[in-house]
Structure formats: C-alpha cells, structure tokens
Ligand binder design. Structure first.
Ligand SMILES: Nc1ncnc2c1ncn2[C@@H]1O[C@H](COP(=O)(O)OP(=O)(O)OP(=O)(O)O)[C@@H](O)[C@H]1O
Ligand SMILES: [Mg+2]
Length: 322
C-alpha cells in the first residue's frame, strides 16, 4: 500500500539523509522504523505525507504517485502523531479530536459517537475528559488524545514519530499495549518510529532497521532476533536481548527433543516438527497424552515424549532428573 521506489533525500546543505530506499509497507501492518539518532527515520516518515520533499525516486500510496496528490488531501488521509503531541491548548479535547472530521466536512452528529468510542478504547472516559483542555490532562492522557485525534478522521494510514518517548515507563508500556490492542480492531496501516528496540519488538508486525539513511534489514520481530542480517543489526538489537530470546523455551523448537527412530509405532496424535516446546506441551495436556508422532513435510520422522519436554522446560539435565 505504501511503496518507496529508489527514494533518496539530500537536504539543501548537502546532507544525504536517505539513500536509494526501497520499502513496501503492506496494508493493515504496523511497521516500525528503528535506528540510531540521525539515521533518517523522521525524514522517511515526513516524505510519506510530503512534509519533506523527495530528491529522487517515488513514493506510491495504493499505486498512486504521491507527488501527484494535493498535499492537503494527502495529509487529511494520513494521521500524524508526534512525540510531544501538539494539541491545540485553547481547544477542548472534544474540539481537538473533532478537528479533522470537521475539516473533512462531516457534521458533529456523524463523528461524535466514533470519537467517544475511540476515547473509551484508550481508557479515557468521554464524559469526564471531553470538555477539558489539554493542560488539564496528564502527559500520558494528552498522548492518548493525540492517538485518538490521528484516528478520528478515519485515515487509512497513520504515521507515529516516537509517539510514546516522552512518557514515563509505565504509561509507555500501557500505551504500547493499547496500541497493539487497538490495531487488532482498527487494522490501519501504521508507520511507527522509535529508537527503542523493546518497543519495536513489542508493537511491530515488521521492523525496518536503518543506519545512515540505508535500510539494513526488514523483518518480523522473531525473524530479526533469530537472523540479524549483519553486525550492525546484531549489535543494535543487543546480544543480551538475542540470547534471552533464544533461551526462551516458549519459542524453542521441539526439534532437539524428537526421538528419531527407523521403526516408528503408529500413534494417534501427530505434531509438526515446527511446533514450539510450549505449543507441544499445551497439546499434550489438552489431549491428555504422553507421546506423539512428529511429522515433517508429511513424513513421520520420530516420536516426541512429554517427559522430555517437561525436563527441558524445568531446565534440568536428564541425568540429574533420574
Ligand atoms: N532540514 C534539514 N536540513 C539538513 N539536514 C537535515 C534536516 N533535517 C534533518 N537533517 C539531517 O538528516 C539526517 C536524518 O535526520 P532525521 O531527523 O530523519 O533522523 P532521525 O532518524 O529521525 O533521528 P532522531 O532519532 O534523532 O529523531 C540527520 O543527519 C539530520 O541532521
Ligand atoms: Mg526523528
């Protein structure tokens, strides 16, 4: 739905902020742009809604070159949330949130319910907060209103530039959870800038790792942790985070625990070899069984026993357990 084709950006002073970027952001996905300060995250974002012009290449939205779309129209269809949400201080929450729908020519009756619904979704009771002014809300509450404002105009695309970075860790985690939850119901295409790897791993469907204006890797969180493309990505994720992930049994494959044998008894239950330890244990428990056959590409390759998995989960060596 959003497609960067050989996009470059050189600022007037000669700074090459983005170098030949190719990126495809699929509809309904939450994509996180991550990388060190100055790597070009904000520039990438602002080229989408044309707050920054492109030096060469094209950005298409739904197959349409954005340089042919009127800026005003483009921005009305792209919600934008920034770090310190710029709510208008002299307008109530209700007025702030209703601004875009109003600019789109909608009547209050048409968007009022949706606004209430959205406020409820981010944990703000409309009866209490609608008539307040931004300064009568906490930072975290203001940021929630910022998210609601970006959503209220029902834009298919939302850009969020470090939307939670000014918040304390607890509000931040709450908002990450809320965003994730919200995304399951609204299914917007969201481009989310962060320089916090944990945040990216938590909220994103796909993560784009950038360095000095060049994309280093595009991958789903698990894939990024399992296969960092290069040393930069690896060190940016952090060795510790990678190890913690790999040591987490809930994500580990059952493969090391499969008894391979030439003569496999017929078993009623089978699991695919790509099953994780956690899924397998759940399966054993749900079906009240101790043993299952393991298949790979429809071939039976061995047998899995519940005991071995439990031993692994408990972190005990088999010898020790005996
Ligand atoms: N208007 C400008 N003129 C010249 N250079 C600029 C301009 N805006 C940004 N840059 C440069 O472009 C590069 C990318 O900046 P950008 O703001 O996209 O980085 P960022 O990844 O968002 O960083 P941060 O994490 O600090 O927000 C930086 O080197 C920055 O100094
Ligand atoms: Mg930035």
């Amino acid at each position: 739905m959003i497609r960067f084709k050989n996009v470059s950006k050189t600022f007037d002073d000669g700074t090459e902020a983005i170098k030949d970027m190719n990126l495809h952001i699929k509809e309904g996905q939450l994509v996180a742009l991550i990388g060190p300060s100055g790597c070009g995250k904000t520039t990438t974002m602002k080229m989408i809604n044309r707050l920054i012009s492109i030096t060469s290449g094209t950005i298409e939205i739904d197959g349409k070159d954005t340089s042919n779309v009127k800026e005003v129209e483009l921005r009305r269809n792209i919600g934008y949330v920034i770090q310190r949400i710029g709510l208008f201080p002299h307008m109530t929450i209700e007025e702030n949130v209703g601004l875009i729908p109003k600019l789109k020519g909608k009547k209050k009756a048409e968007y009022e319910n949706r606004v209430d619904e959205l406020l409820n979704l981010v944990g703000l009771n409309p009866d209490i907060y609608k008539k307040r002014y931004p300064l009568e809300l906490s930072g975290g509450q203001q940021q929630r209103v910022g998210v609601v404002r970006a959503l209220a105009g029902e834009p298919p695309i939302i850009l969020m530039d470090e939307p939670f970075s000014a918040l304390d860790p607890i509000s931040r985690e709450q908002l990450q959870d809320e965003l994730k939850q919200l995304q399951t119901t609204i299914k917007k295409t969201i481009v989310f800038v962060t320089h916090d790897m944990d945040e990216a791993l938590k909220v994103a469907d796909e993560i784009v790792v950038m360095k000095e204006g060049v994309i280093q890797q595009i991958a789903a969180p698990a894939e990024l942790l399992e296969n960092p493309a290069n040393d930069f990505v690896r060190s940016f994720i952090g060795e510790e985070r990678i190890q913690t992930y790999l040591n987490d049994h809930s994500r580990q494959s059952i493969k090391p625990f499969i008894h391979t044998m030439s003569d496999i008894p017929h078993l009623e239950h089978t699991l695919d070899s790509s099953t994780t330890i956690k899924q397998a244990v759940r399966y054993f428990i749900a079906n009240k069984i101790d043993t299952a056959a393991v298949t790979e590409r429809d071939q039976t390759i061995g047998v899995l026993k519940k005991d071995r998995l439990l031993t692994a989960l408990a972190g005990i060596d088999e010898e020790e357990a005996v």
